[in-house]
Design a protein around this ligand. Structure first.
Ligand code: AMP
Length: 431
């Protein structure tokens, strides 16, 4: 017999878990909407070629592809040379590629600056482990059509506000710019074709430290003079960390020679976030930390990149960045875009929210002989008053029955005998 477990890396949710997840999602949705973002929905499937257009980085390799219907033996044999012949569709591995397609398809119906919300599952054929699933929910906000720092600032403020509303205040945003990374690598003398590989190594700095990074770059065969210069820069004494976010801190953290416009863009983000948020928990004027070695894996980022750090956990709670080139790939005309994604599965376990449902939730425990019509009339009367109502036939283990109802969020109970009308039933508090 087939297994009754869900597919590997995917989960079922019991009612209490589902209710908890929905409460967290409701807060996220409400906060995003308060900041002027509007929710859209796109299909879970996208065309195979779009998911494999080279913009999704490593995630493209993790896509679940869907077999074409009605393949005959000849078609399967032909696919030996070209696997794309086997598959025409795939499950989306993120919400950004579908958003870019959506925008390209509906541009004429959307405002010139479009602020979208997408809250939905995505699928990746990863090796499942704790906190790493094959189906998981992402909560994305994106601003399309605004190249200015206003877009980043709105995203960061909306995200921090959402974390506050979830009781996760004290978060910081680590921020960098892909162009600053590229300029930095150029200053040290890494040739352009080596830089993507060098970035993969730099991305491990937190884990393997400066020595580890330099060693790995040497193993990779990166330009030796550039590795020496970069290593010296990584281990140099620096005091910039203690500066508040702004021009001086950013310049202290970068080698000379990085374009002023990149620094000015980041400073602009900081000023706007500061105006909206004020000081962070650590007393910094802005809840932003410039991190010149923040890379973020996605290949499609072209400018600012950011990640949420929270003192309670060592991993990031979400991230995002600018992907100005992607919509142009689908539309044939470049449109600036930037997005921020909260890693829902990671925060949902950190958050404790009270029961949002203030209405009374009543269990009506009835005797076996109460006619169904009477029961349903009684239930309808409670529902009409705004209560949530569950009918339970009385069992020997009434205590167990009521404990289960309490665990499911029920707050009151009443026993119902044949002939009882609404006025005869007086619920008593549970628990
Ligand atoms: P990414 O699209 O890879 O930048 O991921 C965005 C967010 O989704 C991350 O910050 C993670 O919190 C979350 N995430 C990524 N992969 C997984 C996974 N396999 N399971 C659960 N959450 C994930």
């Amino acid at each position: 017999m087939a297994s009754v477990n869900p597919p590997r890396g995917m989960r079922d949710f019991l009612p209490a878990d589902k209710a908890r997840r929905e409460r967290v999602l409701a807060v996220i949705r409400e906060r995003y909407r308060a900041h002027g973002f509007d929710e859209i929905e796109t299909p879970v499937l996208e065309e195979h070629d779009r998911l494999h257009a080279g913009v999704g980085g490593d995630n493209e390799k993790l896509a679940f592809n869907i077999l074409r219907r009605g393949l005959d033996a000849d078609a399967v044999r032909a696919a030996a040379d070209d696997q794309a012949l086997l598959s025409d569709l795939g499950l989306r591995y993120d919400l950004t590629v579908p958003l870019a397609r959506f925008y390209a398809s509906h541009r004429g119906e959307l405002p010139s600056v479009f602020r979208s919300i997408q809250i939905a599952p995505v699928w990746r054929a990863e090796r499942p482990q704790k906190g790493r699933y094959r189906q998981f929910v992402q909560c994305d906000i994106d601003v399309i059509g605004d190249a200015s720092s206003r877009a980043e600032a709105e995203l960061i403020v909306a995200t921090l506000d959402t974390l506050d509303a979830l009781g996760l205040d004290g978060a910081d945003v680590r921020i960098n710019d892909r162009r600053a990374l590229d300029a930095m690598l150029e200053v040290f003398g890494f040739p352009a074709d080596e830089r993507p590989g060098v970035l993969i190594t730099i991305d491990k700095l937190d884990k393997i430290g400066p020595d580890g990074v330099a060693a790995e770059l040497r193993v990779r065969g990166a330009a030796a003079g550039a590795v020496d210069a970069f290593e010296a820069f990584l281990v140099r004494p620096q005091g910039g960390d203690r500066l508040p976010f702004g021009d001086a801190q950013i310049r202290a953290a970068l080698p000379d020679g990085v374009d002023d416009a990149i620094v000015a863009h980041l400073v602009g983000v900081g000023e706007a976030v500061s105006a909206a948020r004020g000081a962070d928990a650590a007393g910094f004027e802005v809840p932003l930390q410039f991190d010149p070695f923040l890379v973020r894996g996605m290949g499609y980022y072209t400018g600012t990149i950011f990640e949420i750090a929270h003192p309670s956990v060592s991993y990031s709670l979400g991230g995002g960045g600018r992907y100005d080139g992607m919509i142009g790939r689908f539309l044939g005309q470049d449109v600036p875009a930037v997005g921020f994604s909260i890693g829902f599965e990671r925060i949902v376990d950190l958050v404790t929210l009270g029961e949002a449902d203030a209405a009374e939730a009543v269990v009506l425990v009835h005797d076996r002989d109460v006619p169904v019509a009477e029961l349903l009339a009684l239930k309808a009367a409670f529902v009409a008053e705004g209560s949530r109502v569950r009918l339970e036939r009385r069992t020997k283990n009434l205590k167990g029955l009521l404990e289960r109802a309490t665990a499911d969020g029920y707050t009151a109970f009443a026993t119902v005998t044949a002939g009882a009308a609404r006025d005869d039933v007086e619920p008593k508090p549970l628990g």
